[in-house]
Design a protein around this ligand. Structure first.
Ligand SMILES: [Fe+2]
Length: 482
């Protein structure tokens, strides 16, 4: 097992616009070193031409299906079904879609109370709580939420808060950890380097989006790095079947954890990008919110979309002015240009009609169905997702970002740093540095962690001492460092 150092120090302060290429310089294409053309040629196999043809045909069929079925493509399960064990059909549906809504994970009343507690906490620290700066990806127009402190007078939608009692209670609640175990079990690991039944906590922000907001809008993108998926050999190996040629792409397994455990997702000092293996991104609803009310949108058919955008950099249209999406008009090889569509160095992977027209995003990005406080939404780490540009509802659209993350050695290193930051009231390591909540009255402490969640927070050893697995023993050694 290797254990590369993930974090040598705090992240540089930055806002999320730095993470998306077209936002920082909407009219300027990324300049890639020429070595990236060599990388393309190194990866290229003649059999990929056939793969590309098959993927384009399958993607066209999928797009029609999504347009017809809409949000019925998004599986829904209940906390009760999680507890009783998901059926084979439910598991299959979740794997295929790459996302799921879990109803009733936490009591509705608890979430409403926790949301009010967050509001009270913000109000008790006037001028001290920052709002995350998010740019709008729509039409490449750069707009930002105001970086103004306070609630509710400032136009803050996403708060730079990581250590509220509400977040800690939600992250470590027994039902949440049980849901994480169930969803991580959809993955498999042959390496022994990933403990899929050991969920750990990954601190993230929270959002309280007010009606009428059109500032917090994120266009279609995938997190977890961008060009690194081709550039890093370990990360690239996750997609071996897609890059093998012929019809091998059909055997692509999006739920193989082994190559992901050591993949390097950040080779270019990206800001505001998750640096660890996070199989399921997720959020917990703190409001009653439905389509049109500023919610999440996804492309609800994971593997075909992934196959498409992993193959896309190797091809270009024969006539750039043509709108044809036919394979015969799109089968010119692009092995001399170093660019990877929608990516850059140190930025996220983005999608638009200009860069990825075959996704037919206008008809394939589907909004999450109605959720109630206490429901959760999860989506695969390679899933194309976005946030509705406009919140047209009447109430707030509010979530806590809580992903499902397993224990690995690399993740244990991050957990150690995150735990130490938590105890000091600082932002989590992947997020903009600064004093955070270190001087705040009423921030969470270890006392607020549910007893069953101490391990997930890095506050308790994994396994039975003297009889741990090799992974647990090494993780415990890592976590012992203060
Ligand atoms: Fe995202």
């Amino acid at each position: 097992m290797s254990s590369p150092a993930l974090h040598s120090g705090p992240r540089r302060p930055a806002d999320i616009s730095a993470a998306f290429s077209s936002l920082s310089s909407p009219n300027q294409k990324y300049v890639f070193p020429h070595s990236f053309a060599q990388l393309k040629r190194k990866i290229w196999k003649d059999g990929l031409l056939q793969s590309w043809k098959e993927v384009l045909e399958e993607l066209e069929v999928t797009a029609v299906r999504i347009a017809e079925r809409g949000d019925s493509m998004i599986p829904r399960v209940t906390m009760e079904s999680i507890r009783n064990g998901l059926s084979a059909e439910e598991l299959s549906n979740i794997r295929t879609a790459g996302c799921v809504v879990v109803k009733g994970v936490l009591p509705k009343e608890a979430l409403l109370t926790w949301k009010q507690d967050i509001r009270d906490y913000v109000a008790a620290h006037p001028g001290q709580v920052k709002g995350a700066r998010f740019p709008s990806l729509i039409s490449n127009l750069i707009t930002y939420t105001e970086h103004r402190a306070g609630f509710p007078t400032g136009n803050v939608q996403v708060f730079e808060l990581y250590n509220t009692v509400s977040q800690i209670r939600a992250r470590t609640h027994p039902n949440v950890l049980e849901t994480h175990r169930a969803l991580l079990a959809l993955w498999h690991d042959r390496s022994g380097d990933v403990s899929l039944d050991t969920p750990i906590s990954y601190f993230d922000r929270l959002r309280i989006r007010i009606p009428g907001d059109s500032k917090f809008a994120l266009g279609p993108h995938v997190d977890g790095g961008s060009v690194e998926r081709w550039e890093d050999p370990e990360y690239r190996s996750c997609f071996n079947k897609i890059l093998e040629g012929g019809s091998a792409w059909k055997e692509y397994d999006a739920y193989d954890a082994a190559p992901r455990a050591h993949a390097k997702q950040d080779l270019h000092e990206a800001s505001s990008q998750c640096s660890i293996f996070r199989p399921w991104q997720g959020w917990t609803a703190m409001s009653s919110t439905g389509p049109g009310e500023g919610t999440l949108r996804v492309f609800p058919s994971l593997s075909i979309a992934t196959a498409y955008w992993m193959l896309r950099p190797f091809f270009k249209p024969r006539d750039p002015s043509s709108t044809s999406l036919k394979w015969e008009d799109w089968n010119e090889l692009d092995l001399d240009g170093p660019a990877f569509a929608g990516t850059g160095l140190g930025v996220g992977q983005e999608f638009s009609d200009a860069t990825h027209p075959h996704l037919r995003l206008a008809q394939t990005m589907v909004s999450m169905p109605h959720v109630e406080p206490g429901d959760q939404v999860y989506w695969h780490c390679d899933m194309i997702h976005a946030v509705e540009g406009y919140h047209g509802g009447k109430g707030d659209a509010s979530v806590m970002y809580i992903p499902a993350v397993p224990l690995t050695l690399e993740n244990a290193q991050y957990l150690r740093d995150q735990r130490n930051n938590f105890l000091a009231g600082l932002p989590a390591p992947d997020f903009p540095a600064g004093p955070g909540e270190s001087t705040f009255v009423g921030r969470a402490t270890a006392e607020d962690v549910y007893p069953g969640g101490l391990g997930a927070m890095g506050l308790e050893k994994f396994g039975v001492e003297g009889n741990e697995s090799k992974l647990f023993a090494e993780a415990n050694r890592i976590l012992a460092v203060a």
